[in-house]
Design a protein around this ligand. Structure first.
Ligand code: AMP
Ligand code: ZN
Length: 461
């Protein structure tokens, strides 16, 4: 069975086929590095990671680019407000490039803790100003854009259809718009592709229209073309990108090259907190560090994300993540039991589990269903190495480091150390029942136990 994915562009689940051979060319909208990324943002990157891993599992070779936005993303996606980078530079009294470097490093630190695979190409907006300028010039030359006193605007009336990615009506946007009408724009929905910089603006570059800077949407159009070509396979992002950012990327590419840049458009739904939006004013913007401070393993957050399909929203609560943290410990423990098991399990049982898992991941990344199969394997009563090897295979997609144990116990809490000592004693006395009770107690406190040749290894789940 082949891989099926939901395409926002056609609003259908489609059979996936790369445009050329066995290589998948994919572009993902990356972070705007003006602050720490929150766990909502990371839900979208975990989705991106799972997609990468599923594609690889299916034997495809990847050429995947992700951008780092370090200029041009204004406070509102629709060209209003201050540049987020400059606002952060003022807030922290630093140079915008320092801000970008600091938060890019913080982003990748969290990225690695979540065991998200690095895309083959990471491209920074400020390194590609010339490519963006070239893109703008082509749109202008083809008659799809015009100059105003504020910048270069894309003329949506030149397109055969706008919008095509979202179902929103242009008129609704106008009626509900809070922003002042720009008299110079030909159509209210026209958007800036190149912005003239005010006198005191820090990030600006020479152009035929004076010192200016790129609009946010043009960066993705220019960089995806540079690295992946005019037409590539998959474009990903969060659902908030559908109505403006991705819609406008499509418009720009049509204006410059005549093509919709990607064949499949995939979008991850929101992570909500306590049933609502994550927002600074509600004080519920959580990061990977928040989780670590509360004793949650970042990979338990990845497992938490697998509890909902990426096209549905998911509600984050501390109760929920604490339960998942314990489940993550049980998952590793279950893997260990199979790894130490000596039972024989028939190939048909192993193949049946494998087929069901593959059916789930290939059905538009149905991770809740895939995890159901994983738990069936974990709970399988006969403990066999064949099943721990199968779980290792599944982990190529899950990226949960299911088989990794940290042997360093020096910084464990006193309570855990005491339980470890009691368990050692029980094992020396060959009191296996007591040993198992103590193992469960340690697990309940959020730690994993593995009996290895070198002795007992314990780590935080
Ligand atoms: P930004 O750095 O603001 O451009 O956002 C980075 C990515 O996170 C984008 O793909 C957004 O669509 C996505 N995103 C933002 N908020 C959430 C959320 N609460 N849940 C899931 N994804 C989100
Ligand atoms: Zn983008």
């Amino acid at each position: 069975m082949g891989l099926k994915i939901y395409n926002t562009l056609t609003r259908k689940k489609e059979e996936f086929k790369p445009l050329v051979g066995n290589e998948v060319r994919m572009y993902s909208c990356g972070p705007t590095v003006y602050n720490y990324a929150h766990i909502g943002n990371f839900r979208t990157y975990i989705f991106m990671d799972t997609l990468r891993r599923v594609l690889k599992y299916n034997g495809y070779k990847l050429k995947h680019a992700m951008n780092i936005t370090d200029v041009g993303h204004l406070e509102s996606d629709a060209d209003e407000g201050e540049d987020k980078m400059l606002k952060a530079a003022k807030r922290e009294n630093k140079d915008p490039y320092e801000i970008a470097e600091f938060y890019t490093n913080a982003f990748f630190k969290d990225f690695d803790m979540l065991n998200i695979d690095r895309p083959e190409i990471i491209c920074k907006a400020t390194d590609h100003i010339q490519e963006m300028l070239q893109f703008v010039k082509e749109i202008m030359a083809n008659g799809y854009a015009y100059e105003t006193s504020r910048g270069i605007y894309f003329d949506i009336s030149k397109l055969d259809k706008y919008p095509i990615l979202s179902t929103r009506k242009v008129d609704e946007q106008i009626a509900g718009a809070r922003v002042a009408v720009d008299e110079e724009k030909r159509n209210p929905e026209d958007f800036a592709i190149w912005i003239k910089a005010p006198e005191n603006h820090i990030m600006k570059w020479e152009s035929p229209w004076g010192l200016s800077y790129p609009g946010w949407h043009i960066e993705c159009s220019a960089m995806s073309r540079k690295y992946l070509g005019e037409e590539f396979d998959i474009h990903t992002g969060g659902i908030d990108h559908i109505p403006t950012h991705h819609e406008n990327e499509i418009a720009q590419s049509k204006g410059a090259t005549g093509h919709i840049p990607a064949r499949y458009w995939m979008h991850c739904n929101y992570l909500q907190v306590d049933g609502g939006k994550m927002s600074k004013s509600l004080g519920n913007v959580y990061t990977v560090s928040t989780l670590i401070d509360k004793g949650i393993n970042p990979l338990a957050f990845k497992l938490f994300c697998f509890s909902s399909h990426y096209r549905n929203n998911i509600n984050f609560t501390f109760e929920g993540i604490e339960a998942t943290n314990k489940a993550y410990a049980r998952l590793k423990e279950g893997y260990n039991k199979h790894n130490e098991g000596t039972a024989d399990v028939s190939d048909s049982i192993v193949n049946d589990f494998k087929a069901k898992f593959e059916e789930a991941i290939n059905d538009d990344l149905n991770m809740p269903m895939a995890m159901g199969i994983v738990w069936d394997v974990i709970k399988y009563p006969s403990k066999s190495k064949k099943l721990s090897e199968l779980l290792e295979k599944f982990d190529e997609v899950l990226g949960l480091k299911i088989n990794e144990i940290d042997k360093n116990t020096s910084d464990l809490p006193q309570e855990i150390k005491e339980l470890i000592e009691q368990r050692k004693q029980a094992r020396e006395n060959k009191d296996w029942e007591q040993s198992d009770i103590l193992r469960d107690k340690i697990n309940q406190l959020g730690y994993l136990v593995k009996d290895t040749k070198e002795g007992m290894a314990v780590e935080k789940a």
